[in-house]
Unconditional design. Structure first.
Length: 250
C-alpha cells in the first residue's frame, strides 16, 4: 500500500488563501480550527463556522446535525446517601430550569422502586438493575432532546458510569457529599436507626458501601449550603457547560 504524506494547511486571512504550515511567510497571520474546536467552540455553542473554514451550505448541515448544547437533551443525576438532600435540591432545580426554558422530567428513587423497578430487591444485582433501568430511561429522554433529573442513591460507580453512557455524554453528575451523621439527623423515617439495630440489612452507608463519584460535575455539601445555594451552583455549571443560556438569551 502506498503511503500518502499529509501536510497540515493553515489559512492566511490577509491573503485569503490556504498555505502548507511549513511554507508560511515570516510574520504572516494564520488561522486554523481543530476538530475539537469545531465541536466545542462552534457547534456546541451554536456559533456559525467561519466561511474560510467551511462553505456556508456545509456549515448549515453541520449545525443541523450537531445542535448546540442548549438544544440537546441532558440527564442531571443526583447521587448521595439517603437523607443527603438529593430530592429536595432536585425539586427546587426543576423550577429554576423552567426559567431557562428547560421542561424537566423527574425520576425519584422511591417512585422508581414502586413502578419502574417493582419486584426488585436490594441485593447488589438488583440495585445495579434498578440503576441501569433509570439510566436507560433517562438516556432515551436525553437522546430525544429532553431533560431528566434523577434522584437515586445509586451507591456503585459502575452503574452510574453506565447511566452516563446511556445519555451519550450529556450527563451531569451531582454528588450530594453530606456527612452520614447529618443524614442520620435528618432521617424522619428512622431508617438509619433500624439499620444500625439490624432490622434492615444492606443499608447504604451502614452495612453496605457507598462509592463516591471520582469526578462529578458538581459536588455539594448540603450541611453547609442552603438549598438555593446548591441550586445556584448547579445552574452555574449548566451555564458553563452550555446546556442553558444566560437569561435574556433564550
Amino acid at each position: 500500500m502506498e503511503m500518502v504524506d499529509f501536510t497540515q494547511m493553515v489559512y492566511l486571512p490577509d491573503e485569503d488563501r490556504y498555505c502548507p504550515v511549513d511554507e508560511v511567510p515570516d510574520g504572516a497571520r494564520t488561522a486554523d480550527i481543530w476538530g475539537t474546536q469545531v465541536r466545542e467552540n462552534y457547534l456546541a455553542k451554536g456559533q456559525q463556522l467561519p466561511e474560510w473554514f467551511s462553505r456556508p451550505v456545509v456549515a448549515e448541515i453541520l449545525n443541523e446535525t450537531n445542535p448546540p448544547r442548549f438544544r440537546q437533551g441532558v440527564t442531571i443525576w443526583f447521587t448521595g446517601l439517603s437523607g443527603s438532600g438529593k430530592s429536595t435540591i432536585a425539586h427546587a432545580l426543576v423550577e429554576r430550569l423552567a426559567e431557562f426554558g428547560r421542561n424537566v422530567s423527574f425520576l425519584d428513587g422511591d417512585e422508581i422502586r414502586t413502578h419502574l423497578s417493582k419486584g426488585l430487591g436490594f441485593s447488589r444485582e438488583d440495585r445495579d438493575a434498578n440503576i441501569n433501568r433509570v439510566g436507560y430511561v433517562a438516556g432515551l429522554v436525553a437522546q430525544h432532546g429532553g431533560t431528566t433529573l434523577c434522584s437515586v442513591i445509586s451507591p456503585y460507580r459502575g452503574p452510574r458510569d453506565n447511566a452516563r453512557k446511556f445519555s451519550r455524554g450529556n450527563f451531569v453528575e451531582v454528588y450530594c457529599d453530606t456527612p452520614i451523621e447529618v443524614c442520620e439527623r435528618r432521617d424522619v423515617k428512622g431508617l438509619y436507626a433500624k439499620a444500625r439495630a439490624g432490622q434492615i440489612k444492606g443499608f447504604t452507608g451502614v452495612d453496605d458501601p457507598y462509592e463516591p463519584p471520582l469526578n462529578p460535575e458538581v459536588t455539594l455539601d448540603t450541611n453547609t449550603l442552603s438549598v438555593q445555594e446548591c441550586v445556584h451552583r448547579i445552574i452555574d455549571k449548566l451555564l458553563e457547560l452550555g446546556y442553558i443560556l444566560p437569561q435574556g438569551h433564550i
